[in-house]
Design a protein around this ligand. Structure first.
Ligand code: ZN
Length: 383
């Protein structure tokens, strides 16, 4: 071997080692998320846990029930509230799902996270409400029986409509006990979302919370008025919405990502010792734009959720079933598909693809908020 090749081999080897070390450091830094760890101290610590007429002593798990009070008494269907109170000090993390009764992925995420926790090692407490809108869940709809959207009525009012009374009851009896809250959702009907955390990054404690979800996309939005996370954040409880997948289905990959991300957060907050690893630390802060179709017809997509696309790339084709005309939809910008419509019949103006561009946390908050397309039920782009 010549001196030159020996040097080249050593140089290559050094590069490999340096790269491996950098990856190890990045993974380590991500798992540690020191800012989130220090945040644990800034979240309100748990005190004696008394809620819904019961006391949950340290080291115990209890299944309680919340009844909204906005039903005919004889027909009231109480929603299970599962409380795990650890022995050690720490925050009270609340996990809520199915505020929209047809959004199923979150139900399984809550079940899995609660089941994975080792109560003996838990610091702080977890309050899990797998199905908040139990009546919507039974009927397979996102709405309440009066066709209102519960996620537009928080923090509620004890003297208002059925929806506001229900929101008020849930807010005072459950949410007030939380130090931080994660509200689980999915895309709206016939649309799907890459797992993504939506949060008001202008609130420092909320922004810090978003740093600990592993390799999960984070989108800035203040949140719709009346949404659980906005009302809770305004009440001083740092809250985020965690979107994943589509309604009416339970999707294993989405559920796995969701549970893993929440377990990563709990580890970062010092609540558990179960560390979860992410192979691929990715940039997580995004701003986004919606791409609408200009012609009606049947939409077939050429891209899939999470795919990275370049400006000018073909996203999908709309075919008019009568005239046989085809209309191609091209990406107006480069980025990543964070949300998209499933193949379906669409009308002109239908919002079909949400393309996200990587940005910094600071920049994400400066950009004006993406206007919610009117034809999107409020899951898009807020929740
Ligand atoms: Zn929802």
């Amino acid at each position: 071997m010549t001196d030159f090749t020996t040097r080249a081999v050593f140089a290559a080897l050094r590069r490999v080692l340096v790269a491996a070390f950098a990856v190890a450091l990045a993974v380590h830094a991500q798992a540690q998320t020191p800012s989130a760890a220090s945040q644990s101290a800034e979240l309100k610590p748990k005190s004696r846990l008394r809620l819904l007429g019961s006391e949950v002593p340290p080291g115990t798990r209890k299944r309680l029930h919340w009844t909204s009070g906005a039903a005919i008494e004889g027909f009231a269907s109480p929603a299970p509230v599962i409380v795990l109170n650890g022995r050690g000090p720490g925050p009270v993390l609340c996990l809520t799902a199915a505020v929209h009764g047809d959004e199923l992925n979150g139900i399984e995420v809550v079940r899995r996270v609660l089941d994975d926790v080792d109560l003996e090692e838990l610091n702080g407490a977890i309050i899990g409400v797998p199905i908040v809108n139990i009546q919507g869940f039974y009927r397979g709809t996102r709405y309440l029986p009066d066709r209102r959207d519960l996620n537009r009525h928080f923090p509620g009012n004890p003297k208002g409509s059925a929806a506001t009374r229900m929101a008020h009851s849930f807010f005072t009896e459950v949410v007030r006990h939380c130090s931080a809250l994660i509200d689980l959702h999915t895309g709206s009907l016939n649309r799907t979302n890459l797992p993504q955390v939506r949060a008001n990054l202008n609130v420092p404690s909320v922004a810090r919370l978003t740093q600990a979800f592993g390799a999960t996309v984070v989108l800035h939005s203040v949140g719709d008025k009346g949404s659980l996370r906005r009302a809770a954040t305004e009440a001083g409880i740092p809250s985020v919405t965690f979107e994943m997948g589509e309604p009416m289905r339970v999707q294993p990959e989405q559920v796995e990502h969701g549970a893993k991300a929440i377990e990563t957060l709990m580890y970062s907050l010092g609540m558990t010792r179960q560390r979860r690893y992410w192979g691929d630390p990715e940039p997580v802060y995004y701003s986004s734009t919606w791409v609408r179709v200009d012609h009606g017809g049947i939409l077939f997509s050429d891209v899939s959720l999470g795919e990275r696309v370049s400006e000018g790339e073909l996203l999908g084709v709309v075919t008019d079933p009568i005239s046989n005309e085809q209309y191609r939809i091209y990406a107006p910008t480069s980025g990543r598909i964070l949300g998209m419509a499933l193949n379906q019949v669409v009308l002109p103006g239908f919002a079909a693809y949400r393309i996200g561009s990587e940005t910094s946390q600071a920049k994400a908050t400066k950009e004006t908020e993406d206007e919610a397309p009117e034809d999107l039920v409020e899951d898009e782009p807020v929740e």
